[in-house]
Design a protein around this ligand. Structure first.
Ligand code: ADP
Ligand code: MG
Length: 544
């Protein structure tokens, strides 16, 4: 006789709801995130018994019209994503459309919301809508949850004391308050204010109002951006003498548990007795974050985890020890962002380069060797690198073009060139893009143009200009993106193989290469750097 039975829809829904909503703090989290997603400026939270008998969240955000208010309670009802592709771009806290539906399943639920036009009140219990009424409330949303898990006894038993649950909620609200300093937050427990803050301009100011002075006085701000990655927040100076709760990590402003990042930060201070205080927000391209690891979204996974952790440690270390960054590039990870390997501090003087942050390429000497007037050989902290001078320069020019950072230089002797009809057609099509890239023209007579400015970093002469138009016309009508034109200009403008470089030129080239976002592959996909560690060399020589 078969023993397997299919669970009823009702049981299934309650089990699924219990995955998203595990205790009062998860209710509060979902409701506060919804309020933030709805652009609320003021969020008030009221709980009773640590949230076990009541959780109420009131916001002044966008609110909902009647139809949306009803839909919002359904599973997979969301206004935040429409397709799987959108999931890669989400900047909102929510996107699964599961939270309200789950809460409704396992509580006595009341929502009052208004989009400024129509006010609606819905009362539901255990997943069933009981009543839909008109409401007079101003724009915004108020959701009240009573008797959480009244119909899910296993979860009910799982809850801890009111004090414990309250502490979790207070910590949660404090973490959102820190990352959204411009928003007002109020948290009350049975009418007693636990947290009450109005909008301020910075995370540091917010932290000062939330944490004791002994902790907030020891904080310094960090703010560092490279490419699409931005790290910002506050960290304590070494020598903390207090135990505290300020240990917040955010990924794209979402509070997360990220043990690897957490551990790295703690280890950095080497003080097991009094760990550091920090609130750091790691902002990266949403595409490189998987927030879908767990239904509660408390855990995320960064695709460039190693790079980000190393970068973060460098940034923090620099802020707290006021030391320069020393970063060594590791050629074993070549996808997208460079992989950084922290190698302690190098005391070399660091030459400023450009406006961005200059990275120390792990050099230990100022010496460079040019091989066959084509490759640059340099000693690094952990071994040696060989760089192809042409593709290195190509990468540098390409990135400065793509970032719109090209400086153009007026020519002493303008270059006049006659274009073929086909080249002229391409010129017409691409001239605006080329001007943006630092190549400036005057039109003379039919099909004759005069170039009077060129990108200052590029080595472009008459032949190169002709080459650029020749190459562009061979791509012809297939030119779709600025990047394609930039690749041609970068390739034509880069120093060639066979050109002798001085030691200073080599040094500048290497430094600027490692300040680019992707020093390992040229815009056409060829490798730029080859690297050998001292261990590999030793191995090859049979040293062990
Ligand atoms: P998600 O946040 O993943 O979209 P939820 O179940 O939390 O799913 O919410 C469902 C939808 O209800 C949201 O997409 C949003 O459109 C709407 N909503 C929920 N809470 C609010 C709120 N406080 N203000 C305005 N709209 C809200
Ligand atoms: Mg939500």
């Amino acid at each position: 006789m078969a023993k397997i039975r299919i669970l009823s829809a009702d049981v299934r829904d309650k089990i699924a709801a219990g995955e998203v909503i595990t205790r009062p703090v998860s209710v509060v989290k979902e409701l506060v995130e919804n309020a933030l997603d709805a652009s609320a400026r003021k969020i008030e939270i009221e709980i009773s018994d640590g949230g076990k008998t009541k959780c109420l969240v009131n916001d002044d955000g966008s609110g909902m019209g009647r139809e949306d208010a009803q839909l919002a309670l359904e599973r997979y009802a969301t206004s935040k994503i429409g397709s799987l592709d959108d999931m890669e771009r989400v900047r909102t806290y929510g996107f699964r459309g599961e939270a309200l539906a789950s809460i409704v399943q396992v509580s006595k639920f009341e929502i009052e919301t208004s989009d400024g036009l129509v006010g609606t009140k819905i009362i539901a219990e255990g997943g069933l809508i009981k009543r839909i009424l008109d409401s007079e409330r101003p724009q915004g949303t108020r959701i009240k949850i009573a008797d959480l898990f009244f119909n899910l006894p296993p979860r009910l038993k799982f809850m801890k004391s009111a004090t414990w649950e309250r502490r979790l909620i207070a910590d949660l609200i404090s973490s959102y308050a820190v990352i959204s300093p411009d928003i007002s937050f109020y948290l009350g427990d049975d009418g007693r204010a636990i947290l009450n803050v109005t909008g301020v301009n910075s995370t540091l100011q917010r932290v000062k109002t939330l944490f004791p002075r002994r902790i907030s006085d020891s904080l310094v701000e960090v703010d560092f951006q490279i490419g699409a990655t931005h790290i910002a927040g506050v960290v304590s100076l070494p020598g903390m003498t207090e135990k505290h709760q300020l240990k917040y990590i955010y990924v794209n402003s979402r509070p997360v548990k990220y043990p690897r990042i957490y551990r790295s930060l703690i280890e950095l201070y080497q003080d097991p007795q009094y760990p550091p205080a920090f609130a750091v927000n790691i902002m990266v391209d949403p595409k490189s974050v998987d927030a879908n690891v767990h239904p509660t979204k408390n855990e995320v996974k960064l695709s460039d985890e190693r790079y980000i952790v190393d970068l973060l440690c460098q940034v923090v270390r620099r802020a707290i020890y006021k030391k320069p960054m020393s970063v060594e590039y590791d050629s074993t990870e070549q996808k997208g962002s460079p992989a950084l390997v922290t190698k302690g501090f190098v005391q070399d003087t660091i030459l400023p380069y450009g406006e961005g942050q200059r990275f120390e390429a792990g050099r230990t000497t100022e010496e460079f060797w040019q091989l066959h007037e084509t490759y640059i050989l340099a000693q690094t902290k952990s071994g040696m690198i060989i760089v192809d001078q042409h593709v290195a320069h190509e990468r540098i020019i390409y990135e400065s073009i793509m970032r719109g950072k090209v400086q153009s230089q007026r020519l002493l002797f303008p270059i006049t060139i006659d274009l073929t009809p086909e080249e002229y057609r391409i010129y017409e099509k691409t001239k605006h893009a080329l001007t943006d890239m630092g190549i400036e023209f005057k039109e003379f007579s039919s099909r004759t143009i005069v170039i009077d400015s060129l990108p200052s970093d590029a080595h472009i002469n008459r032949e190169e200009i002709a080459g650029i138009f020749g190459e562009l016309s061979s791509i012809g009508d297939l030119i779709k993106e600025k990047a394609e034109i930039a690749r041609v200009v970068a390739c034509r403008g880069a120093i060639k193989a066979g050109q002798r470089l001085s030691s200073v030129e080599m040094q500048s080239l290497i430094d600027r290469l490692f300040a680019t976002e992707n020093p390992y592959t040229c815009p056409h996909g060829r490798p730029i750097v080859l690297r050998w560690t001292i261990e590999e060399l030793a191995h090859k020589f049979g040293r062990g």
